[in-house]
Design a binder for this molecule. Sequence first.
Ligand code: SF4
Ligand code: SF4
Length: 386
Amino acid sequence: MSDLPPLLSHFDDMVDHCYDYAEAAKSAGKPVVGMMCEYTPREIILAAGAIPVCLCGGSAERIPAAEKTLPANLCPLIKSTFGYHVEKRNPFLEWADLVVAETTCDGKKKMFELMAQSRPMYVLHLPHRPDRSASLELWKSEMHRLMAELERRFATTVTEERLRSAVRLMNQERRLRRELAELMKADNPPLTGRQLLDLKSLISGIPEDLAQYQRILDAARSSPRQRNGHRVRVCLTGVPLPHGAERVMDIIESQGGLVVCQENCTGLKPILEDVDEQAPDLLDALARKYFATPCSVLSPNDGRLDSLRSLCRDFRADCVIELIWQACLTYDVEAHRVRELCETGLHLPYLGIQTDYSPSDSARIAVRVEALFESILAKREKMSAG
Ligand code: SF4
Ligand code: SF4
C-alpha cells in the first residue's frame, strides 16, 4: 500500500493553508505582497519581511464581472484575475499591501493600469529583448528599484544576510519541486501530471510545504509504482494553468495520457534555474535567474525552444500538447515555431489546443486528444509487432 495518497492530500487544502498562513502573518504585522507573474523575484519580497502570494485567477466564475470593464476577447487568466479584483473575492488580494506586476503581455499591462486606480501597485519594467546586454542591465536596475520600493513602503532594510537567506529558501523550494517533477522521468512514474500540478502553493517559502515536499519525495522513491507506464507520455507546453484552471490537464489524463513534463509557468519553467547563493552581487544573480525565464513575451524567445528540446528528450515525451488561452497572442503566434520544432526537429506529434476557462468545448478537446493518442498507440503497436 502506497504512503503517497495521504501525503498528497495535504495540498488538497492548499488555499486554506495559505489563508491561515497569510492571516497569521498579517496579525503579526507582516505585509502581504501580491504577485502576477513568474518574473517577480520572490526573494526580494521575502527579504523585505513580506509574504509573496500569487494572485493569478483560474476561476471562470469571476469572468462575467471582469467583462463589464475589459473586452470579452481577452485572455481568461487576465479577466479572471481582474474579476477577483472588481468583486473583491480574493482574500489575498484584499490583504495585499502592495501588488507587484510587470510589463509582460499587452493585456496584462493595460489591466494593471485599471487595477492600479484603486490598489497599491508597483510595475517592474521587463525588457523584451533577451539578446541585448542592455536588457539585463535594465532588469538589474529594476531589481534595485523594487528593493528600494519595498524598503520605503514597509520601513525596513533588506540586508545582504536577509537576501541571501531568502535566496537559500527559494533555491530549496525550487530544488524540491524540481526533484518531484523529475520523478516523472521514470518508465512508470509514481504520480500523475495532475497530482504533480497540485503540489504547489500560492505562497512561497512556507516551511510546512517544504517539509511535505520532502516527505512526498521520500515516499515516492520507496513506494510501489502506480500503473502509469502504459500511458501516452505528454509534454505540456504553452500558458500556465492557475489553480482552478486545470481542465485541459484533466482531459489529457482522462483520455489515457500522462503529462510527464510541463514546460510552462505552473510547471518546470520557473524552477529549472536557481540563483547563485555565493554570488557577490545577489541582485545581479537574481536579475540573471529571472531574466532567463523563456516566456513568449520575449523576442526572440529561443530559450523556450532549447528548453522544450531538452525536456522532451529527458522526459521521453511521445508527443507535445500546447495549451493557449484564447486571445493570448504571444503564445499563439509562437505556436508556429513550437509546432515546427516538434514535427521537423523532434519528430514528435504536436497538438495545439486553444480554449478559455469555460467547459463548453471539453468534449471537442477530448475527441482531438483521443485521436492523437490513438495514432501514437497504433504506431507503438506496429513497431512492437514489426
Ligand atoms: S507565461 Fe509569461 S507572463 Fe505568464 S506568468 Fe509566465 S512568465 Fe509571466
Ligand atoms: S496567458 Fe498570454 S495573454 Fe494571458 S496573461 Fe499570460 S501571456 Fe498574457
